[in-house]
Design a protein around this ligand. Structure first.
Ligand SMILES: NC(=O)c1ccc[n+]([C@@H]2O[C@H](COP(=O)([O-])OP(=O)(O)OC[C@H]3O[C@@H](n4cnc5c(N)ncnc54)[C@H](O)[C@@H]3O)[C@@H](O)[C@H]2O)c1
Length: 392
């Protein structure tokens, strides 16, 4: 593929973040990728597609993701569709020889995620899963510390993603609340990020010792018109059942011998959009929360019986910052948008260098899906599930 027109398929909540980040990274890669341009936004909601295209300078709109796959000017596709459409769209992009960045979760379950992984392996394009939280400088730095042995052997990991977005029963029903179109609820929507973060930090998970799942808001009203993301809109009188989890918790066994506790919730009042973790090693404990995005804390064992946490703030030497931040000075903060930009820079670098992306691969998407499937099965059966990982 020697043309590099960019298409966003799905102009909803996260399609906008993709559009913003491509726009931001365009000048950095214009000299390296022939024909790099903001080309098409595809969405059946024409008003939304036009608005997103106009905001970020995309040249055209289309009514369906299928329209972009046959277009020879388009070489890069971001898949920001509802979960149930990911597999068909990614396979189609790979078949057409286009580089593809697919939103998490890669698919509704591991069997389909595996299909995408195999298709990606057989192609010679760059294919990646959106795992933006890996690019938080503090998270990447903790991962480097763990890899360097600074925490010692990892004994225990607590990881959670607590959100408030669905706590309002007046939020409209959408694809997110249907197992057929979303897969599991909080587990797939946000738990995917927590599980990927746990893997990123501490390696493979081989077993789910048990899990419990709760649906706290069992019905929701359908929107009177259309809705995207977590928007509050006018509701119709029609109610639909919610059949995927609002809250999921699980006990994990890592391959390293470490144990883990996982929890995701989309009805956690007061929590906003909070990914957090604590990693306990034999030499030190590291902890992080997106509530304090620009720092992490580490307590190194000092033998006193009262080892204390030290705050480590972002600084120019932190991962990504010196290289990619426009104002790389101590005390200058980063937010969600910059972190998305860091991910886009890695994706476009891999395309420019004609190398597979190393961070947030389709295999990472598959491995997350295997663990998520096992958590759902453990919750459904109230049993223990040993994960059979597909060969890589
Ligand atoms: N990485 C993250 O942090 C993050 C955050 C939010 C959502 N997501 C993921 O992004 C994906 C989209 O989520 P969202 O919240 O943006 O959903 P959304 O409902 O806000 O947007 C989805 C858009 O896809 C459009 N669409 C439906 N069928 C289409 C078709 N055939 N062709 C083109 N467009 C079509 C819809 O009209 C809608 O505008 C999901 O997989 C979700 O898990 C990731």
């Amino acid at each position: 593929m020697d043309k590099h027109g960019i298409a966003i398929v799905g102009a909803g909540m996260i399609g906008a973040a993709h559009a913003f980040s491509y726009r931001n990274q365009l000048p950095r890669f214009a000299g390296q990728l022939a024909g790099l341009s903001l080309d098409t936004v595809a969405d059946p909601n024409a008003e939304l597609a036009h608005s997103l295209a106009a905001t970020y300078g995309f040249q055209r709109t289309a009514a369906d993701w299928k329209a972009v796959m046959a277009d020879p000017n388009i070489g890069i596709v971001s898949v920001a569709l509802p979960n149930f459409l990911h597999v068909e769209a990614v396979e189609s992009a790979l078949k057409a020889g286009k580089h593809v960045l697919c939103e998490k979760p890669l698919a509704l379950g591991a069997a389909d995620a595996r299909r995408l992984y195999e298709s990606g392996k057989a192609s010679n394009v760059c294919a990646a899963t959106v795992f933006n939280y890996r690019r938080i400088p503090a998270v990447a730095e903790i991962r480097n510390l763990i890899a360097a042995g600074e925490l010692g052997e990892i004994v225990n990991v607590l990881v959670q993603f607590q959100c408030e977005y669905a706590a309002d029963p007046k939020l409209p029903h959408s694809w997110r609340y249907e197992r057929d179109r979303a897969g599991p609820g909080s587990l797939l929507d946000i738990g995917t990020h927590a599980i990927d973060t746990a893997r990123f930090l501490c390696g493979e998970v081989d077993e789910v010792a048990g899990a419990v799942s709760t649906i706290s808001i069992k019905e929701r009203y359908v929107a009177a018109g259309s809705t995207v993301g977590h928007n509050r809109v006018e509701l119709s009188d029609e109610k639909r059942t919610v059949d995927n989890d609002d809250v999921m918790s699980a006990l994990l066994q890592f391959r390293s011998g470490a144990q883990g506790m996982f929890s995701s919730s989309r009805v956690a009042i007061g929590m906003g959009n909070t990914l957090s973790f604590e990693v306990f090693g034999t030499k030190a404990t590291a902890r992080f929360s997106t509530k304090s995005l620009n720092q992490y804390e580490i307590a190194r064992f000092d033998g006193s019986g009262q080892s204390c946490f030290t705050v480590v703030p972002n600084r120019p030497a932190s991962p990504y910052l010196g290289r990619l931040l426009p104002v790389p000075y101590d005390g200058v903060g980063v937010g969600y948008a910059e972190i998305f930009n860091f991910m886009m820079a890695e994706f476009l670098t891999a395309i420019a260098e004609k190398k597979p992306i190393a961070n947030g691969t389709l295999l990472d998407g598959l491995r997350a899906a295997e663990i998520l499937d096992a958590i759902q099965l453990a919750a459904d059966t109230r049993g223990r599930v040993v994960i059979e990982h597909a060969s890589a």
